[in-house]
Design a protein around this ligand. Structure first.
Ligand code: NAP
Length: 296
C-alpha cells in the first residue's frame, strides 16, 4: 500500500499526506523539508504568514527531488487581500520559494471585517489560475456561509478548504458543505497539534492522550498520531502534519501499511467535542490581519 493520491475538482492530483510547516522555525525548516522529501513526502504546505517560504524553497532544492514531483501549496495572508494585492502576493511567494508556479494557492482565512477584499482576493486567484501560474486555488477556514457567498460571487469553485480537523473537532457541517460542492477537505492540526502546542495553555486537553486513540494505537502497534493520520486518509481527506523532528517526520509518513476498521473510524468520529481550538473564522482580528508580509 502507498499514500493515496487525491484528485481535485479540476482534475489536478496531489498526495493526500503532506508536510506542514506552521511554527517550524526558519532555521529548521529547510532541513525538515529535505528530510520529508527523502522519506517520501511529495507535498508541502506553507503560508506567507509562516515566514518560512524561503526555507521551504531551500529544502526543496537541497533534496534534489525534481520540482515537478512535489506538490507545493501556500497561502495568501489577509493583509494582501484585494485583486492586485493578491496577484502581487503570488509574486512574493514564488520569489521566496524560488519556483515559478504553485500547485495550490489558497486564502488563509475569510476576513469578516473586509469580506469585499476577500472576494477580490479570490478573483485575483482566479486570474492566476486562468494564466496557468497556479494549478489549483482554494480557501482555508471558510465556514458554509463564507463558502456560499464566495461561490455566489465568483466563477471557480474552490478545490480545497483547509480547516481545523482532528478527532476532537471534526466540523461535520463544513465537511458536508465541502462535499456538496466537490471541495476537498484538508485537515490542519490533523494530529491535534492545536490541542497540545507547547506554551498554548495548560488547560487544553491533548487529543494525543485520548484513551480511545491510545487503545487503538496499542492494538495496531502504532502511535496515536499514526492512527489519526490513517483515519484522515481512510475518510478521503488530505492531512498535513507538522514536525521538524526527523523521527516524527518519518513516523507520520509511515501509515500506508495498516488499516482501521469501519468501526474504529466511527469510534474516532464519535470523539468530536464540537469545540473549536483555533481562532473563530467569524471574528475579525485586525491587529493580526494587518501584519504585513515582506517583499521577496
Ligand atoms: N490554515 C490554517 O489556518 C492553519 C492553522 C494551523 C495549521 N495549519 C497547517 O497545518 C499544519 C499542521 O497543523 P499543526 O502544525 O497545527 O498541528 P499538527 O500537525 O497536528 O501537530 C504538530 C505538533 O505535533 C508534534 N508532532 C508531530 N508529529 C508528532 C508525532 N508523531 N508524535 C507526537 N508529536 C508530534 C509537533 O512537534 P515536533 O515538530 O516537535 O514534532 C507539533 O508540536 C501546519 O503546520 C500548517 O501547515 C494551517
Amino acid at each position: 500500500m502507498s499514500i493515496p493520491t487525491l484528485t481535485l475538482n479540476n482534475g489536478v492530483t496531489l498526495p493526500a499526506l503532506g508536510l506542514g510547516v506552521f511554527q517550524s522555525p526558519p532555521e529548521e525548516t529547510a532541513a525538515a523539508v529535505d528530510t520529508a522529501l527523502r522519506v517520501g513526502y511529495r507535498h508541502i504546505d506553507t503560508a506567507a504568514m509562516y515566514r518560512n517560504e524561503r526555507e521551504v524553497g531551500e529544502g526543496l532544492r537541497r533534496s534534489g527531488v525534481p520540482r515537478e514531483e512535489v506538490f507545493v501549496e501556500t497561502k495568501v495572508w489577509v493583509s494582501d487581500y484585494g485583486y492586485d494585492e493578491t496577484r502581487h502576493a503570488f509574486e512574493k511567494a514564488v520569489a521566496k520559494l524560488g519556483i515559478d508556479r504553485l500547485d495550490l494557492l489558497i486564502l488563509h482565512q475569510p476576513a469578516p471585517d473586509r469580506f469585499e477584499r476577500t472576494i477580490a482576493a479570490y478573483r485575483g486567484l482566479e486570474s492566476l489560475l486562468a494564466e496557468g501560474r497556479v494549478r489549483a486555488i482554494g480557501v482555508s477556514n471558510f465556514m458554509p456561509p463564507h463558502l456560499h457567498e464566495l461561490m455566489a460571487r465568483t466563477e471557480v469553485v474552490p478545490a480545497v478548504n483547509q480547516i481545523e480537523l482532528h478527532p476532537y473537532f471534526t466540523q461535520p457541517e463544513v465537511q458536508r458543505a465541502d462535499a456538496e460542492h466537490g471541495i476537498l477537505d484538508q485537515a490542519w492540526s490533523p494530529i491535534g497539534g492545536i490541542t497540545f502546542y507547547p506554551g498554548w495553555g495548560e488547560e487544553r486537553r491533548s487529543v494525543m492522550d485520548d484513551p480511545t486513540l491510545r487503545e487503538m494505537a496499542a492494538q495496531h502497534r502504532r502511535s496515536a498520531a499514526q492512527v489519526m493520520l490513517r483515519w484522515h486518509l481512510q475518510r478521503g481527506r488530505s492531512a498535513i502534519p507538522k514536525s521538524t523532528d526527523p523521527g516524527r517526520i518519518a513516523e507520520n509518513f509511515d501509515v500506508a501499511d495498516f488499516e482501521l476498521t469501519a468501526d474504529e473510524l466511527d469510534r474516532i468520529d464519535a470523539l468530536d467535542t464540537g469545540v473549536r481550538n483555533g481562532p473563530d473564522p467569524d471574528v475579525a482580528r485586525p491587529e493580526r490581519f494587518d501584519i504585513a508580509i515582506p517583499e521577496a
